[in-house]
Write a protein that binds this ligand. Structure first.
Ligand code: HEM
Length: 380
């Protein structure tokens, strides 16, 4: 089973081949935490993350070997489990820099990257405050759900009194591939998802579209990225009553192979010129998801998508509370997520089956050097 290094130029969990399971948590820092306390928390999280990602317990004693008169420094449920490629990716929300009422709690306001904008309200947004925002985030991905949950639980335990979970999300069944070595998985609409995603092998595209650079403005973010998370409910009961041809028209690809409706196989580039030739079954609808999300409709902008399916039980009508927990990494949300989502929110045929209920954006700093801590550049 894979073990990924924790320290390095970039944080793991971005171009890392998408693992199958997610536990994502957004945290709010405590009202009385000061700058020194925030730095200490990031130190403690870094140390624990460096250990857990290597398959070791969160603390030096572990769950069952420490002093008997204090609580264990690891909760224990991952004790005999391999890490399953565990990655822990940390991010800083806009409210860490400037609170909603304009306060600069940690002396960081001048360090806020211009690219870390508050996301605008998109047409159709039905955001729930308790599923939105957050001062800090941790994305835990692993092949083993228990390992991912263990990591978030222990980071939350370590943060006790300093930061607490604002919202969190479990995900299963990665809905993207981030490497050509992976087969394309499917989302809960039953379609392949991740076909046209940025892949780690496309190094020039990754440099251009995923990693922030010093010349972008915030020097401390060089080698980092920006994470947009959207909790998107999918009205699957209605979708499931839609005919196959209509489902394919909405997506712009066929359901079996994932090939563009303009023809070819899964990785054939869609031919949107076929749009003009109306009639025949080979045209891609101009309002299909793939057409509107494609770089040719968005000034060349791309995203590294890394989302997961979710089912959070059901509602009292017996409908599954299901959807896609969308995660995308990018160099600048102002040029990437925001224009793409603006276009989708206005015209995407898929909107009839979607409801965006949660939203957040985070600046994901570069990786930490061994001996240092995540986000150190922000406090330099
Ligand atoms: C492509 C599904 C939300 C951006 C696709 C594809 C599917 C899909 C089936 C085609 C396969 C592929 O290339 O991956 C969904 C579902 C969504 C959703 C079910 C919501 C529940 C979003 C959102 C965005 C987005 C919110 C960004 C704002 C993209 C992009 C592509 C894509 C950029 C690739 C287009 C291309 O270059 O051909 N999506 N998507 N999607 N989606 Fe989504």
């Amino acid at each position: 089973a894979a073990v990924y290094p924790f320290y390095g130029e970039h944080q793991a969990g971005i171009t890392t081949p998408a693992q199958d399971r997610l536990h994502f948590a957004a945290f709010d820092v405590a009202a009385d935490l000061d700058r020194a306390g925030l730095i200490e928390l990031l130190h403690d999280w870094t140390a624990a993350a460096a250990r857990m990602t290597q398959g070791r317990p969160a603390g030096k004693y572990g769950p069952a070997s420490g002093p008997l008169d204090v609580p264990p420094d690891d909760t224990g449920e991952a004790l005999d489990l391999p890490p399953g490629g565990l990655t822990l990716t940390f991010g800083f929300g806009p409210t860490l820099f400037t609170t909603a009422d304009g306060k600069d709690r940690f002396g960081l306001a001048s360090k806020r990257p211009e690219a870390l904008v508050d996301l605008p309200h998109f047409p159709g947004d039905a955001l729930i405050d308790q599923l939105t925002g957050g001062d800090l985030c941790v994305q835990a991905c692993s092949e083993d759900p228990q390992v991912a949950v263990h990591a978030i639980r222990n980071l939350s335990r370590i943060a006790f009194g300093r930061a607490s979970i604002r919202w969190s999300q479990l995900g299963f069944g990665r809905t993207s591939s981030t490497s050509r070595s992976q087969v394309t998985p499917r989302n809960l609409f039953g379609f392949k998802d991740g076909t046209a995603n940025i892949k780690s092998e496309d190094t020039a595209v990754v440099e251009d579209q995923v990693w922030a650079a010093a010349k972008d403005g915030a020097g401390w973010m060089a080698g980092g990225s920006y994470l947009v998370a959207r909790k998107i409910r999918m009205v699957i009961e209605t979708w499931d009553r839609q005919q196959l041809g209509e489902q394919e028209r909405i997506v712009g690809r066929d359901k079996g192979e994932g090939a563009p409706l303009s023809g070819g196989t899964e990785f054939t580039e869609p031919n949107f010129l076929a749009l003009a030739k109306s009639g025949g079954g080979t045209a891609i609808d101009p309002d299909s998801h793939v057409r509107l999300a494609h770089p040719t409709s968005n000034n060349g902008a791309q995203l590294l998508r890394r989302g997961y399916n979710f089912v959070d039980g059901n509602d009292d009508l017996g409908r599954l509370n299901a959807g896609l927990f969308f995660i995308a990494f990018q160099r600048d949300p102002r040029a990437q997520f925001i224009p793409i989502q603006t276009r989708l929110a206005k015209n995407d045929l898929m909107n009839e089956y979607l409801r965006h209920v949660g939203s957040a954006v985070f600046a994901v700093p570069p990786g930490a050097r061994e001996g240092s801590y995540i986000g150190a550049g922000l406090f330099a």
